[in-house]
Design a protein around this ligand. Structure first.
Ligand SMILES: Nc1ncnc2c1ncn2[C@@H]1O[C@H](COP(=O)(O)OP(=O)(O)OP(=O)(O)O)[C@@H](O)[C@H]1O
Length: 299
């Protein structure tokens, strides 16, 4: 659905994007994570056709985005800095969006009022708080019925209750309409519960791109204890990290979790348990040795 290949962008000789490549499939919830200055907003501005790349391609459904209104109708974009007509109120903005998005869902707009009880839709947006302005942006974006929602740091500035609310609205939309979501954040934890694909961006490149199921099936944490010393582990059993407290050993193991558990069980342990790894832990071990600087910044 979104295909970004080898995109290069320079600003006054500074290479903000240095061969960025990423792929987002239909219905994916793709999280792009990276430290400040990695290039997340810049690549998003290419995907939304705000910028034109110096080299490489940016395609949505096989079509170039830049200056292509047919493609722009497919997505709604919430940038990190909102650019409303600040004098307008929410109802006026709604009419503006209705003019641009033929599929704008008026009924849904009314239905969603209950989620945003603090928004006075007749008050100029300039006079709403920053968090409230973001809420309005979501409300309108979802009602545009886009095929793709592109969100740059979407919940920054929202309180924890509203964050949960916004995510649950997005998730409901995804499951009902198979909306594709492309979301950037510098906070991996924020994306952990919602994304099914994650890309890590660093210095203008996507250095790692994985599906969550692929990640979760490829590394696991095993806790085990033996009567005496830890026996020799089978050949080919790839331990990425091992620590122990007394007789209880915690192993981070590469490979299928169920298979790894079976292999440990053959060694007659007193106990063996497979524990879930957080996305953060998975990346730490996945990236092990690749680039410590990235790990230090991201986690
Ligand atoms: N219009 C511009 N002119 C000059 N430099 C720019 C411009 N836009 C971005 N940059 C530079 O490109 C790099 C990437 O910026 P970008 O905003 O894409 O990073 P980011 O990953 O979104 O960061 P953050 O998490 O802080 O929002 C930065 O070094 C930034 O200074």
């Amino acid at each position: 659905m979104i295909e970004v290949s080898n995109v290069v962008k320079e600003f006054d000789g500074f290479r903000a994007l240095d061969g960025t490549t990423l792929h987002v499939g239909k219905g994916d919830i793709y999280g792009l994570v990276g430290p400040n200055g990695a290039g997340k907003s810049t690549i998003i501005r290419h995907i939304t056709g705000v910028y034109k790349q110096d080299a490489g391609t940016v395609l949505i459904d096989g079509m170039p985005v830049f200056e292509n209104p047919a493609v722009k109708e497919k997505f709604a974009y919430i940038p990190d800095e909102l650019f409303y007509f600040m004098q307008a109120d929410t109802m006026e903005m709604k009419r503006f969006y209705q003019g641009i998005y033929p599929k704008f869902d008026e009924k849904l707009f009314e239905k969603m009022r209950k989620f945003f009880p603090n928004i006075d839709t007749k008050r100029s947006i300039r006079r709403l708080s920053k968090g409230m302005q973001k809420q309005v942006a979501f409300w309108l974006a979802i009602c545009c019925r886009p095929e793709i929602l592109i969100l740059d740091e979407p919940v920054d500035g929202l309180d924890p209750v509203m964050r949960r609310q916004i995510w649950s609205i997005i998730m409901a939309d995804v499951s009902e309409h198979e909306t594709t979501v492309f979301v950037s954040s510098h906070n991996l934890r924020e994306l952990e519960d919602v994304c099914d694909h994650v890309g890590i961006m660093h210095q203008g490149k996507v250095i790692l791109e994985r599906s969550l199921s692929e990640l979760q099936g490829s590394v696991c944490k095993i806790q085990t204890a033996f009567q005496a010393e830890m026996p020799k582990l089978p050949d080919g059993f790839e331990v990425l990290h091992m620590s122990n407290t007394g007789r209880v050993y915690t192993l981070i193991v590469k490979g299928n979790p169920a298979e790894a558990k079976k292999q440990i069980e053959r060694l007659n342990p007193m106990l063996v348990d497979v524990l879930p790894l957080t996305l953060e832990e998975i990346f730490i071990y996945e990236l092990g040795g690749v680039d410590y600087a990235v790990k230090d910044i991201l986690f």
